[in-house]
Structure formats: C-alpha cells, structure tokens
Write a protein that binds this ligand. Structure first.
Ligand SMILES: [Zn+2]
Length: 312
C-alpha cells in the first residue's frame, strides 16, 4: 500500500515538474483594487523591469467620476496600456476621458500612444516635456527586455500640458487637484490630490517597501519641496508611485526621511571638505536597510546626493 502510494506520488511529482517546464511566460495582469469610494489602484511589483512584469513595476491609479473615468499614468507600453483600458472597463461603465502622467519616467507615459489612438486626452505638467523628449530613446532602450511586448509602443507626448504649479480639474463634481513643485524623481513629477476623498496619488514622490531611486534628472532638493506639500495635505490614504497603499507616517519614514538623511549627511561632508568616497562610506543607511533594493541603491543614492549638494 505504502509503496503504491509512494509510486503514485513520485509519478505525480514527475508530471508536475514536466508541466512547470512547459508553462508559458507570465504576463502582467492589470486589475484595479478599491482604495476609496470611486478610487482604485493597481499595485505593481517592486522588482526591476522584466519581460514578465512588462515594465509595469509601478502603481497606476483610477478615479471614476460622474463625467467619466480618469487614469493616473499610462503604463510602460502600448500593450500594457491596452490591458489597463480593459481593466478600467471591468470596474466602470464610465468611458475613460483623461489620462494624467504623474511624471516622465517610462511607466508613467510610454502608454500614451495607445490612449491617443483611442482619442483620449493625455495630460502632464509642462516641466515633463523636455525630459520626455530628451530621454524617450533611452527609456525605450531600457525596455528592450520586453522584446515583442514592446511592439506598438511609440513615445507620444501628452496632448495637453499644464503650466501652473497648482491646478484643479472638475469632473462632474469630483475635484482632482494637480500640484507640481519642480519635480524630484523626474522634472515633471506631479501630485494628484482628491480633496473630497483625502486620497493622494503621489507618483514617484513617494516610494514605500522599496528604496527610492535617483537618476541624473532627479533633484533631492525639489523632491523635498514636493513632499512638503504632502505634509501639509495630510492625506488619509496615499497611493505611492511604488509599493503598497500607505499612510503619511510610512511615506515620511521611508521616503522623506531618507532624502533628509542623505542631504544633511552630504551637506556636512561637502562643507567639511570630505571627499565623495569617504562621504558615501560614512552614510548611515541602517534605518533604511529593510527596504527592498537598499543594498544596491543606497550607495548610489549617497553618491548622487553628494554631487547634487556640491553643485548647489
Ligand atoms: Zn517609477
């Protein structure tokens, strides 16, 4: 009896192993989860860009109003954008009327071409434009890992830019406020605030669960200016750019406090004439070591912040 069962189990294990080998590659499944009344989010992976996650390793927002649906960010590719549109239709019968790009990193705007083809308006802050134009090629190169899943993607500028630092969109009585303070992670970073729901879509101004990223276009100084707006708004709920839906306290601890620690350490190092390698080495990253990718990113963040502070 035991032997027969054992033989059975091992045959089953062999079968299972074989079926695992022929499993097709995974693809990103976009589904919006409720965050507040009429407000939804897709929470992306906090890993790097892969063929499996289709470069949608970021969060996307959805606001359903009596005058149509509004999507926050257009995703990393044409194909991902099409999936996002399908996911919107599963949540609401309201037509998608507007797509807001919360910044100018690839997964915030490279899906614009799909929405433009559907006749849907796309919008970003005017400070995003130059960076979108300058880095579109570089961002497409960075998504080569998507192979044929990048087919159809053509970097497409938003159909509308807003210039004011504060502006309000009224969609059938639902207020959507846009707040821009010269960006941070990217020059066009814009906070999307729903005052009636106390929900903030922070874009890449807030990273939780994983360590934030700094690129040559990033500025920790204006990033903190953007964050100061969040401190004032005191949102009940924050949908960060990366990581799970979160609270103000967690956003402060995992994004703002890291930026403050980096800047104060590097300011002192530059003032004291400490060279960059010693300053990077002496930065105390322990309070942030639990964040994903901290081991790889923290020295890079320290390095980049030193150079920025030195230029100021
Ligand atoms: Zn991002």
């Amino acid at each position: 009896m035991t032997t027969r069962l054992g033989a059975h189990a091992s045959a089953l294990a062999t079968l299972l192993a074989a079926s695992l080998l022929v499993l097709p590659a995974r693809a990103v499944e976009v589904a919006f989860k409720p965050v507040a009344d009429g407000v939804y989010a897709f929470i992306g992976e906090i890993e790097g860009r892969t063929y499996d996650n289709e470069g949608l390793n970021a969060n996307i927002g959805l606001v359903v109003t009596p005058a149509g649906a509004v999507l926050i960010d257009s995703g990393s590719s044409y194909q991902v954008a099409a999936k996002m549109h399908e996911a919107v239709k599963k949540v609401t019968t309201q037509p998608l009327k507007l797509v807001i790009n919360s910044g100018d990193q690839d997964h915030r705007w490279l899906g614009n071409g799909y929405f433009a083809g559907q006749g849907i308006e796309t919008l970003a802050h005017a400070d995003a434009q130059a960076d979108m134009q300058a880095r579109a090629g570089e961002q497409m190169d960075g998504l080569k890992v998507l192979k044929e899943r990048l087919d159809g993607t053509r970097p497409t500028l938003p159909s509308r830019f807003v210039k004011a630092q504060d502006s309000t969109i009224n969609m059938g009585g639902t207020l959507i406020e846009l707040k821009h303070r010269q960006g941070g992670h990217t020059p066009g970073d814009t906070l999307i605030w729903l005052p009636q729901k106390s929900v903030l879509f922070s874009g890449d101004v807030v990273y939780v669960d994983r360590v934030l990223g700094l690129h040559p276009v990033s500025r920790t100084k204006t990033w903190l200016d953007s964050f100061a707006v969040i401190d004032q708004l005191k949102p009940q709920t924050i949908v960060p750019g990366h990581g799970n839906v979160t609270t103000l306290a967690t956003a402060q601890a995992q994004t703002r406090d890291l930026l403050l620690a980096l800047r104060s350490h590097m300011k002192k190092a530059v003032d004291d004439g400490v060279d960059i390698s010693a300053a990077v080495k002496s930065f105390n990253g322990k309070p942030f070591a639990h964040l994903k990718h901290a081991d790889v990113w923290l020295p890079q963040l320290a390095n980049q912040t030193y150079l920025e502070v030195e230029r100021e």
